[in-house]
Design a protein around this ligand. Structure first.
Ligand SMILES: Cc1cc2nc3c(=O)[nH]c(=O)nc-3n(C[C@H](O)[C@H](O)[C@H](O)COP(=O)(O)OP(=O)(O)OC[C@H]3O[C@@H](n4cnc5c(N)ncnc54)[C@H](O)[C@@H]3O)c2cc1C
Length: 499
């Protein structure tokens, strides 16, 4: 085998998955057809849950330095924006940061961890064998047919919407085609709106304007004139100018377009995220209208879900069946996510009936509970996974692990997320129970860290927790209450059960 894992596609998701694997000492390469990273940024947002995950790897500050936190998000360009500041998270905001920069930070991190990146190579075919997968690529410049064959125990297709990996594996991609399009224009504005993010929606159409960098703004337009224009019709600056004038009474002095593009609402999801030794992640596994700025965030989160499982199977501390839980956990989450983007798309219309619906939604979104619930959905803070059936029940099982301050035995104050920097499970013992301490203090498993700590202030729902087992992707595998009997053997069973 040339590598333990080959990741096809060096976009944000493929590169993040490769980094997670390399952190777990898996030998991994990325095959990317582009010789240079792309210069246009589709995504502009990092949402709270992804910022939390970057925090768990000690990377959040690198993104914060290069982005701009915004307290609000949007749902279908409604005039009532979602208030993220009420979220129960140390990252209760959206970070505006161009995808190009997000990709740069992730790639730097991946390279530092030892990921091998083969650029300028396009995967053209694949064949699964008993012990691995053979991947055939050609030099993408095509000057001379330079064919390369590599093998790995597993291949992950993170090669975007048109995924060759998905097609070669024969994985169906059911869903619906584009029925409407919108326009994206990254431009300079001589007279930009005063507030950071500006959006308006009426029977004449919708416009959203957000800063991309000090001199570039992103203008998103959805209007009765534009909505039925096919996706492949080039966008002109004049078109943007006309629509802005019509919607705002001014074209804001729009000039110097950096990127003009049309995007649509095709919505599809791979029937399975795993077929034998082949797995899918990111846009290769699902596509949708980019409403609410969620697609890249969701893909990065599933890469985090897959990374430790694949590492466990390769390193031999987990059975191959653990990989099935990747599909079992992520498919329902993404089904819900695609439903959310479809609802947003349905609200992008200009008929009196839809405008009335929009108005109702705007009224509902002013209610704090609805605002919180929708903000949790868009930011992915509401994601939780079903708990294994054969461990003692606890309300925290399967929930997201939120950050909090704790004191370590040497008196040092730490943040809980710091415990996850190495991408290992954390067996966090909070009860100062000598029996448990003696039994697990010297646990010597490469994928588990044992940590004893106390906390002055525990997060909601944590009162009475004795020990908690946290997955490398920041979800609580299980928690045990102080009332539980025979705790040491319950912990042992719990570690075995999970893997
Ligand atoms: C207008 C627009 C705005 C968006 N805004 C947001 C946002 O604000 N927030 C958000 O979270 N998401 C947003 N998204 C979605 C986001 O851009 C995508 O979900 C994200 O890029 C998916 O990442 P990926 O790594 O899965 O795929 P991609 O970014 O598509 O990367 C796939 C990579 O695979 C490579 N590749 C493809 N085929 C091969 C092959 N055969 N061999 C080798 N390499 C190959 C490609 O060159 C590419 O580099 C937006 C999308 C659009 C269209």
């Amino acid at each position: 085998m040339d590598y333990e894992v080959i990741v096809v596609g060096g976009g944000p998701v493929g590169m993040w998955l490769a980094a997670e694997l390399a952190l777990a000492r898996v030998s991994v390469c990325v095959i990317e057809r582009l010789e240079e990273p792309i210069r246009q940024s589709r995504a502009l947002t990092l949402h709270p849950r992804m910022l939390e995950m970057f925090d768990m790897r000690g990377l959040k500050e690198r993104f914060m330095k290069r982005g701009r936190p915004i307290r609000t998000g949007h749902f279908s360009m409604l005039n009532t924006r979602l208030d993220f500041s009420v979220l129960d998270s140390s990252s209760n905001y959206t970070l505006f940061i161009p995808q190009v920069i997000t990709e740069q930070v992730i790639e730097e991190h991946a390279l530092k961890l030892g990921v091998v990146v083969h650029r300028g190579m396009e995967v053209v075919s694949m064949r699964e064998q008993e012990q691995g997968v053979e991947v055939v690529s050609v030099c993408a410049s095509g000057a001379q047919a330079n064919v390369s064959v590599m093998t790995a125990a597993y291949v992950v297709g993170a090669d975007g919407a048109g995924s060759i990996v998905r097609k070669q594996a024969g994985i169906a991609f059911p869903g619906t085609d584009t029925t409407l399009t919108a326009v994206l224009a990254d431009v300079e504005l001589a007279n930009p709106p005063e507030n950071g993010v500006h959006s308006e929606y009426s029977e004449r159409g919708g416009v959203m304007i957000a800063p991309v960098s000090p001199d570039i703004y992103r203008v998103i337009l959805t209007t009765p004139r534009l909505i039925n224009v096919p996706k492949d019709v080039p966008v002109t600056l004049e078109e943007v100018r006309t629509e802005l004038r019509d919607l705002l009474g001014t074209d804001l002095g729009v000039t110097n377009p950096r990127w003009l593009s049309r995007f649509g609402n095709a919505t599809r999801q791979a029937q399975t995220y795993r077929k034998g030794r082949i797995l899918l992640a990111g846009d290769a596994a699902h596509i949708h209208f980019p409403a609410g700025g969620q697609g890249m965030n969701v893909g990065l989160q599933e890469a985090a879900n897959l990374g430790w499982k694949l590492a466990g199977v390769i390193r031999g501390w987990a059975p191959d069946t653990l990989l099935n839980s990747y599909h079992d956990e992520r498919y329902p989450v993404n089904t819900q996510f695609l439903r959310n983007t479809e609802v947003q798309t349905r609200l992008l219309d200009f008929t009196p009936a839809v405008l009335a619906h929009r108005q109702l939604h705007e009224e509902w979104f002013r209610h704090p509970e609805i605002n919180r619930s929708m903000a949790e959905q868009i930011s992915a803070l509401d994601v939780c996974y079903p708990a294994a059936g054969n461990i003692p029940q606890h309300p925290l099982n399967g929930k997201r692990f939120a950050d909090f301050e704790l004191q370590l035995p040497d008196g040092v104050t730490s943040y809980a997320y710091d415990l996850l920097h190495e991408g290992r499970f954390v067996l966090l013992h909070l009860a100062q129970d000598p029996k448990v301490s003696n039994e697990f203090r010297h646990i010597s498993l490469s994928h588990i860290s044992y940590v004893e700590a106390v906390a002055e202030e525990l997060p909601v729902g944590w009162r009475g927790v004795h020990t908690v087992f946290i997955r490398p992707d920041g979800y609580i595998a299980w928690a045990i209450s102080v009332e539980q009997t025979d705790i040491a053997s319950v912990i042992k069973d719990g570690i075995v059960t999970l893997i």
